[in-house]
Write a protein that binds this ligand. Structure first.
Ligand code: SF4
Ligand code: SF4
Length: 432
């Protein structure tokens, strides 16, 4: 694709990167066929190629974002299915990140939109605030029909009584293994320890069982992905820098073999820190080191030769491959392979490349499209009649749970059970 940035524009490192990305695109349109939002609307502007043209026009002319561009770029899930499909290696994610930062700088959104984005950016990345907000949401939940649709979706997070019981005040776990093979740091996360603390707890048990020492570096919290996808660069960088500093201190004091992540959306972000901070003299090297150590939990587990140690009931497991794992980190088959290796009957789900509609805060900001994608995902999963659904991302677990009665668990909870731990609570209830 030809571009027309001026020499002066190209001195901006972000523009230079976007220029290279745009020039790689041959506008073949292969990506359009696998784009979930294009599948829903059939509108070229709701597909990757159309969005690339919109971003190109806005950035080349260096003009403020207009309502049409914002609408279609907002509707993008950042699922990155288009990057998996693209034969030319177009790095759509970095182009979209640049376009979203430009939108955030140049476009004044309507007041309700600004308000909800402010709430999301101010509450979700902070575990304490989110825990309190969830409790408060439980109090006003009986009146949720009085709220606008998007706020109602937030209140749905406090929907089920059993979910409220899961709200944990436990700190993120830390433990020491008896025979140490590796020493890893666990990203505690922000939303996940509140909604489902069992995930990190199962992760620590499982890793300890196989000789991996797990620490939570003091000062780590949200990875910055939530606000990064909202285009809030300064907040995303501040959150990422706090994590980078905490892990750097840990690396330099006692050493780390890996930094592990149990929410794959965060894993994609950590692996991109090196790129994000490439022009920051104080952080470039530290960020690159963090990215080189970042691993999805399944990558570390694959090195540990897991084996089944617990008798398991006959059980069909539908593995939902989160976009951030399959498209963001190219780890499509690995978690399902670990489940099979430890004795689970994993059944294939049709259209597994399609997003469930969660996509960070997408299901709150774009409820119509997110709801349609969830319905399609649930239909596909239920068509294979599983006993349980497993996924490696808290956003997907929460999103799909709204549409089905089939129990959902994180992949590590099943692996912990198979290798000597207890069954996840949802399955215990079904087995008794
Ligand atoms: S598949 Fe790749 S090269 Fe083809 S239009 Fe999409 S982004 Fe461009
Ligand atoms: S990231 Fe996903 S929703 Fe966005 S353009 Fe690519 S395939 Fe479509």
């Amino acid at each position: 694709m030809q571009t027309h940035f001026t020499a002066e524009q190209l001195t901006d490192p972000d523009v230079a990167v976007s220029d290279r990305i745009l020039r790689a695109c041959v506008h073949c349109g292969f990506c359009t066929a696998t784009c979930p939002t294009y599948l829903l609307t059939g509108d070229e502007l709701d597909g990757p190629r159309g969005r690339i043209y919109l971003a190109k026009d806005m950035l080349e002319k260096n003009r403020p974002a207009d309502a049409t561009t914002v609408k279609h770029l907002d509707r993008c899930l950042t699922c990155l299915s288009c990057m998996t499909t693209c034969p030319s290696g177009v790095h759509y994610m970095h182009l979209l990140d640049h376009a979203r930062r430009h939108i955030e700088r140049t476009y004044r959104r309507p007041l309700p939109d600004r308000l909800i984005r402010w709430v999301l950016a101010t509450v979700l990345p902070y575990t304490g605030r989110f825990r309190f907000a969830l409790r408060a949401a439980g109090w006003v939940r009986p009146f949720r029909r009085l709220f606008p649709r998007r706020l109602r979706n937030l209140l749905e997070l406090a929907d089920e009584p059993q979910r409220r019981e899961r709200i944990s005040s436990h700190p993120a776990p830390s433990a020491t293994a008896a025979r140490r093979l590796k020493r890893v740091a666990l990203l505690p996360g922000c939303v996940q320890p509140v909604l489902r603390p069992q995930i990190n707890e199962a992760t620590v048990r499982l890793l300890n069982r196989y000789g991996v020492d797990v620490v939570v570096a003091k000062g780590t919290g949200c990875c910055g992905a939530l606000v990064h996808h909202l285009g809030r660069e300064a907040s995303a960088h501040a959150q990422a820098r706090a994590d980078i500093d905490a892990w750097t201190a840990e690396i330099e004091s006692r050493g780390l073999d890996a930094i592990i992540v149990t929410a794959s959306g965060c894993g994609t972000m950590l692996k991109d820190y090196g790129f994000i901070f490439r022009n920051d003299a104080a952080y470039a090297a530290k960020a690159e080191r963090v990215s080189s150590l970042a691993r999805d939990v399944s990558e570390v587990l694959a090195e540990l030769h897991l084996e089944r140690r617990t008798p398991l009931p006959t059980m069909r497991v539908a593995y939902h491959s989160a976009c951030s794992l399959q498209h963001g980190q190219n780890l499509d088959g690995l978690p399902a392979a670990l489940l099979r290796q430890t004795g689970f009957n994993v059944v294939d789900v049709p259209e597994s490349h399609l997003c469930c509609g969660s996509a960070g805060t997408y299901n709150i900001l774009e409820p119509e499209m997110a709801g349609q994608l969830r319905a399609r995902k649930v239909r596909n999963i239920e068509s294979v009649h599983p006993d349980v659904i497993a996924a490696g991302n808290i956003g997907c677990l929460t999103q799909i749970a709204e549409g089905t009665r089939i129990p959902l668990v994180h992949t590590v909870e099943l692996l912990d059970w198979a290798t000597g731990g207890s069954p996840p609570a949802e399955l215990r209830a079904r087995m008794s």
